[in-house]
Design a protein around this ligand. Structure first.
Ligand code: GLU
Length: 302
């Protein structure tokens, strides 16, 4: 049985880019008679608000994108993340890191090809005495092995990274005590029995790190489909700052069928100019027609 998920971050009103990923996740699951889980990724208390979560559920309903169960929001699952954190720490794979943002940038570290900072391992070999001498609370990093993690993405094809050389030890718990996205998303997807993850292409490079977590937590990893991003006319990716493309503005000037129809045309599923409900699209959906490269925002909703 296919189990997919919506994993929105309730930090603002849903925008067209979120609708695009939500639609493709839903179609992939519903076209195969699978189950859909909704999870609020409200890890960051400074950015997320309960009223945005309420609005998100309402916007998904308006679109006709339904779900079968809702998982406990991330803000209430720190016990589960703490248990996974302890299991990793018990294996000796977790260490405290006292580096400031400035230290990380100043360190003589080569950069990963995509501009991410490659952590130089500065705090990995601190002695107990050196750790005790630190006064500020540390972030906690997971050690990564010097080996390649390859992913066969359903849309983007093969993607591989040597974690030690291209990514470096990564943070699983921030200095303020909040568990990091990488750990939370894996613990939650395992708990919900998720078998496929559909999300933006910008998260493809997280997948090798997540594969390492699946391996350590003894769980089979889900299939992944990393979908292209919708780009504004100037080539920027859409963000929650584009108020004219958030669902508040879109709902005032269009219908669910017209909006989903435009997105389904971009996704190669129906001919230009047609409209369709979510249910109608589920009956014809195929990944084979979805493009891999980033796409312009469709005209009709601009
Ligand atoms: N919560 C993330 C977002 O809002 C999605 C993370 C994921 O799908 O793994 O984009």
């Amino acid at each position: 049985m296919t189990v997919g998920r919506f994993a929105p971050t309730p930090s603002g009103r849903m925008h067209l880019g979120n609708v695009w990923s939500a639609l493709l996740s839903w179609l992939s699951v519903r076209s195969r008679g699978g189950e859909m889980v909704l999870r609020m990724e409200d890890l960051d208390p400074r950015r997320c608000r309960p009223e945005y979560a309420v609005q998100l559920r309402e916007d998904l309903r308006w679109l006709g994108l339904d779900w079968d169960r809702e998982q406990t929001p991330q803000s209430q699952r720190s016990g589960a993340y703490a248990a996974a954190f302890r299991a990793l720490a018990d294996r000796g794979l977790v260490y405290p890191c006292y580096c400031s943002r400035a230290d990380l940038h100043a360190a003589d570290a080569p950069h990963a090809a995509d501009g991410r900072l490659l952590y130089a391992g500065t705090c990995r070999s601190l002695t107990e005495a050196e750790r005790r001498a630190k006064t500020k609370p540390p972030a906690w990093r997971l050690e990564v092995p010097d080996r390649e993690f390859a992913v066969q993405d359903g849309l983007q094809g093969r993607y591989a990274e040597n974690l030690a050389r291209e990514s470096g030890d990564f943070i699983i718990r921030r200095a303020d005590g909040v568990y990091a996205y990488q750990l939370a998303v894996v613990v939650d997807d395992i708990a919900a029995g998720v078998t496929e993850v559909v999300r933006g292409r910008d998260l493809l490079d997280s997948t090798p790190r997540q594969r390492w977590l699946y391996e350590l937590l003894n769980a089979p990893p889900p299939a992944t489909y990393h979908v292209p991003l919708l780009l504004a006319p100037d080539g920027r990716r859409l963000s929650k700052r584009e108020r004219d493309l958030d669902l508040g503005a879109l709902r005032a000037r269009t219908t669910p069928e017209a909006l989903l129809g435009c997105l389904a045309v971009q996704a190669g599923q129906i001919p230009p100019g047609e409209t369709a409900s979510a249910q109608e699209l589920a009956a014809v959906f195929t990944w084979k027609k979805v493009p891999r490269e980033n796409l312009p925002v469709p005209q009709i909703v601009q």
